[in-house]
Design a protein around this ligand. Sequence first.
Ligand code: BGC
Length: 566
Amino acid sequence: MALAAEAKRVAAEFELTDNDIRKTVAEFVAEMAAGLAQDGTAMSQIPTYVTGVPNGTEKGLYLAVDLGGTNFRVCSIQLNGDTTFNLVQSKVAIPKELMVAKTAKELFAFLAKQIEVFLRTHHNDHFEKQLRRRQTVSTPEGYRDEHIFRLGFTFSFPVKQVGINRGNLIRWTKGFNIQDAVGKDVCQLLQEEIDLLKLPVKVAALVNDTVGTLMARSYTSPGKTSTLLGAIFGTGTNGAYVEKLSKITKSMKGDYDKSTGEMVVNTEWGSFDNGLKVLPNTEYDAQLDRDSVNPGIQMFEKRISGMFLGEILRIALVSIMKRPDVPLFRDDNSSHNDYRSTTTVDETSPLHTQWAVDSSILSIAEADNSVGLRALRQQIETSLGVSAASIDDARAVKEIAHAIAERAARLSGAAVAAIVIHTGRLNPGASSAPQPKSAAAIVEDLKNFNLAEAASATTNKLADTAGMAVNEEEIVDIGVDGSLVEFYPGYEDYMRAAMRAVPEIGAVGERKIRIGIAKDGSGVGAALIALVAAKMEQSNNYVGDLRQRLESVGESSEEQAIVVEK
Ligand code: BGC
């Protein structure tokens, strides 16, 4: 079979129709509702105890650390109180052996050590002063607690949170696997190692990266609209959104402030539809899952995020290479190559090794629209270990990579659509708007959806909305972060196309959804939550409405919130 035809056939296996998207959204809304009602559901819907979002006036200097993927970041953040911030950071790759260490201690001792190195490098004066203070005063009560560095811990794995700085690990994801840590309080694990090094640091807040992204976007986002959702499309994927307290009907152990009527919920949508009721499941997906450290878990994430897309591509390419009748990466195609004619797949090619193909090749393939696909062929050489790939080879890689990424983006769009629909945020002036529909009603509507009618309605609406200005109050603001959404060309456009296919959103609704990158969400967001936690400790009161309460923090922040003297 000709290579081009085979590439087309494989690419078609990744196609998701508009109808698939609608089914996905319906199931997503149903699983969101289930997760709010009880523990132990696939989508965990974890209450975060964060009951307000910031408005940009918050001030102070905080520490934040971020463990969530390939790197460990330590940073200090100066919140300037005018929606801006300054950030100093250091980043270190997490040694692979620590991701699968025997004991949690091995990993957390390494993290504490990095915090020490950061403090010595960037805040040495303050650090030394604190150490002296600790050494010369005999009782812990003797040194003033407010001079301890407050640290926000962004820990981007599913954690059952039981307070603003307490939470037990539910399971590892993204290739981490340290059984000893499962069920333990990750803040305590970190605090113990910090204390062993005698660092003047208190783990004040536990934050998922999506919650940090939501907070950071809210702090920096333009206009008066508060942010609804923070979402990550990077090594892993997940979203956290602002939920009505009345909808969280499962029991919540820790204390929290009820006055805002809201709480941020970490969906852990990576495990949406682990039962594969609606998700696509190609032979490549099935193989990836079978050979992963957590088969049957994180099934949504395994079709979306950067940790997995390169591996899906690898599996698909290898399956073609095994076919004697399809010439992929063989000399048959390269005889009319412009530079070399012998195509060689290196013995050590990443194509032969599980997880060895980096997802960045998908972005490069999408971005290269040149006639000779030079950049992509170069990348095939460096990332896939195939020298002198032919232009036909490159075209095949491009087509399959595109299909894998477009499917990921459309599924991402379905998740965003479901959150927007579930929260009823598209209705302007939320308080006066009609009550959002129940999950069951939304699911029913989506099932009864008439394709032909909707297609014409959508076309009409598209025409209607061309040039239509959206009022600031109508905007639904969403903060996103992660390598896929940031670097994959057109990722947001594919997400938006999926959202338009859902009748409850359509072309009109899609225009009201503003998606903005929230860079450094995990640092700034963690700092913001650490700020709230510090405030809470002082007043012995739980998280209040940041929008009101932090105005007063803003005013007296020089004294109250700046915990590191410059
Ligand atoms: C984790 C989430 C995290 C997401 C993005 C997932 O694997 O379960 O907690 O938010 O990755 O980093």
